[in-house]
Ligand binder design. Structure first.
Ligand SMILES: Cc1ncc(C[n+]2csc(CCOP(=O)(O)OP(=O)(O)O)c2C)c(N)n1
Length: 637
């Protein structure tokens, strides 16, 4: 049977629906999101919480003329569903399909692209100021979660917007959660606003208040006639006691973010007010799907699951993930050494640090979605003799470039970074691939860089980063499961700047080509070398372990001996491991052909990691093809 959702190709159509039809549409959207995410994986709980908010936004505002700016965009599936993308929704996050986030090149309704947190208010303020400069007249609305509000950029933008005074509507989608429980004093403040007796009193007085708010036309009377439930949710714009009011915003709320007509009234009212306006709406993460309501953290961004039971579909017997190894190793080390601490920027589950939170909570710190602060906080701890281990996704550490450089590296402080999700991450696409970290960290003096070939080596590298290095050090690790090797029980620090030969070392100096596969590409290089041997091409495969310092002695020797060098890395070709090798050969005037295999100068789309590796040439097949081309004329034996 055709659904209402099937008929919606533009948000303007929503205005023709009755309140009952809107409720039905919300239910259909919920079903669609649960069905799709249970099959594809994706963000679930955040999207189930924003369905009514989205409908109200598109009823009250006239997108794409009015600019609707979602922070992060992981909660914008409902927005996709009502902006002409319902028919393609089943392709979300799949190769060639819809993005899991918002993109200006995907839809005119996506006013600003994102996936990294806390950008919405800055972007919206920029739009509002541009609008006023050009003498135009449209609304700009930013929707930001209480979690994303912990990011420094959001606070910088509020500071700026409150003083500039331009008309701008900021909606706080307050569900009391980040991925884990939210943290911070501002979060406590929002909680107090929700609970304060002052607001309860104001709710009771809402009727008078609504009549008093100056609005255009007959809206006040119409609003006053609505149900008691809607009425009591209205509260006065506060003049004091609310931090955002003190900073120059008109503050409205809190309101029930699942009450469509109430929110439409509030947004209509906000349209009539001047200057920066902030509206707190309360939503429930996972709304309408019991397993997600009960465990919003688990259902924040699940893989495939059974929609009837909420049970995750897991591969049985899969090796531990690299993040699991981070968590287990840190627990082991922190238990025996009170000087070591783990730091996360709101990514306890993603980085494995939730294990540390559970087992050694006094040596665990969640600083919120605040990578810059987390890094300098770590630097401060390091000045006092603590060894901080900051576990941050490669893509999110991009935020803290200067903090790593200025606060950690210049002062040569011993901070260990564990860069999770380094390399291609797959379905999260463009903005989330960890393809830039070697490039941004390698030029920094004092920095040490490592990447493991497997999960056991990761364990030893974490130990080495903590006890074997005295200064800034970063270990990059890929997304997902390890390769299934045996885990050594004892720790042994790895020598700094020393790689290992993976093929027969006795044959290394007689080889035709050396393949240097960095990190998770080491075993790809080894596979290629083994298969090339069957074709009569002698290749020596090396696991370099370190991108900085390089194993200069080994690389120079093998480059000179073989006369052909191939490097491969799960990273941009520009500025990465291969570039380091080229710089080394250049410095020593070793003029041999070098082929760097890495990601070319483009942002990589979403799709499975395997598919993306194939597309970018990060495969043994490609290494073999390159090796054949390079050494064909010199094959011996
Ligand atoms: C800079 C940055 N760090 C970390 C993340 C990972 N991340 C994605 S969603 C999320 C939680 C956001 O919480 P909130 O804004 O409250 O939205 P909710 O999911 O609760 O709706 C985090 C930490 C990110 N997107 N960007």
């Amino acid at each position: 049977m055709a659904t209402i959702l099937d008929t919606i190709t533009s948000p303007a159509q929503l205005r023709g629906l009755s309140p009952e039809q809107l409720e039905q549409l919300a239910a259909e959207m919920r079903r669609k999101i649960i069905q799709t995410v249970s099959a594809n994986g994706g963000h679930l709980a955040p999207n189930l919480g924003t369905i009514e908010l989205t409908l109200a936004l598109h009823l009250a505002f006239d997108a794409p003329r009015d600019q609707i700016v979602w922070d992060i965009g992981h909660q914008a599936y409902p927005h996709k569903l009502v902006t002409g993308r319902a028919a393609k929704f089943h392709t979300i996050k799949q190769f060639g399909g819809l993005s899991g986030y918002l993109r200006r090149d995907e839809s005119p309704y996506d006013a600003f692209g994102a996936s990294h947190a806390s950008t919405s208010i800055s972007a919206a303020l920029g739009m509002a100021v541009a609008r006023d400069l050009e003498g135009k007249d449209f609304n700009v609305v930013a929707i930001i979660g209480d979690g994303a509000l912990t990011g420094g950029m959001a606070l910088e933008a509020i500071n700026n917007a409150g003083a500039m005074g331009h008309k701008l509507i900021v909606i706080i989608n307050d569900n009391d959660k980040s991925i884990s429980d939210n943290v911070g004093a501002l979060h406590r403040h929002l909680g107090n606003l929700r609970a304060s007796p002052r607001y309860r009193k104001l709710r009771a007085a809402a009727k008078h208040f609504i009549e008093d708010i100056p609005v255009v036309g007959d809206l006040a009377a119409e609003v006053a006639g609505r149900t008691q439930r809607s009425m009591k949710e209205f509260v006065l714009p506060s003049k004091s006691g609310v931090i955002f009011s003190e900073l120059g915003f008109t503050f409205l709320g809190p309101f029930d973010g699942h009450d469509i007509s109430l929110m439409v009234d509030v947004f209509e009212k906000a349209k009539q007010l001047d200057g920066p306006i902030m509206i707190q709406v309360i939503t429930r993460k996972g709304k309408g799907y019991a397993p997600a309501e009960q465990d919003a953290t688990k259902f924040h961004g699940p893989g495939a699951f059974d929609p009837d039971t909420g049970v995750m579909i897991k591969k049985v017997g899969a090796p531990p993930t690299y993040s699991d190894v981070v968590g287990d190793t840190l627990v082991e080390i922190c238990k025996r050494d009170r000087n070591v601490v783990g730091i996360t920027a709101a990514m306890a589950e993603g980085t494995g640090l939730n294990k540390l939170r559970a087992k050694v909570p006094e040596q665990y710190f969640d600083q919120g979605i605040a990578e810059q602060h987390s890094v300098t906080f770590a630097a401060g701890m390091a000045t006092q003799g603590i060894i901080p281990v900051a576990a941050i996704y490669s893509t999110f550490l991009q935020r803290a470039y200067d903090q790593v450089l200025h606060d950690v590296c210049v002062q040569n402080l011993h901070v260990a970074f564990l860069l999770d999700r380094a390399g291609l991450v797959g379905e999260d696409g463009q903005t989330q691939h960890g393809l830039f970290d070697i490039g941004y960290l390698r030029p920094m003096p004092n920095m040490h860089l490592m990447a493991p070939k497997d999960e056991n080596e990761l364990r030893q590298m974490i130990y080495t980063a903590i006890y074997g290095v005295n200064g800034p050090v970063a270990v990059r690790l890929p997304r997902g499961a390890g390769v299934g090797v045996e885990m050594e029980q004892t720790f042994a620090p790895l020598p700094i700047g020393k790689g290992e030969i993976l093929t027969d070392p006795a044959e290394a100096d007689r080889a035709d080509v050396v393949i240097l596969g960095y990190g998770d590409m080491a075993l790809v290089g080894k596979k290629a070398a083994d298969e090339l041997a069957e074709e009569g091409i002698r290749a020596v495969a090396v696991n370099p372990r370190w991108a900085k310092p390089l194993d200069e002695e080994l690389i120079l020797r093998l480059a000179r001996g073989t006369g052909h060098v191939i490097t491969i890395e799960n990273h941009m070709a520009a500025g990465g491991f291969g570039s380091a090798v080229l710089e080394l050969l250049n410095a020593h005037e070793v003029l041999v052909p070098v082929k760097i295999i890495g990601v070319k100068d483009a942002f990589i789309e979403h799709g499975s990691v395997a598919k993306l590796k194939e597309l970018t040439g990060l495969t043994a097949e490609n290494v073999k093809a390159v090796a054949r081309r390079m050494v064909r004329s010199t094959v011996r034996g």
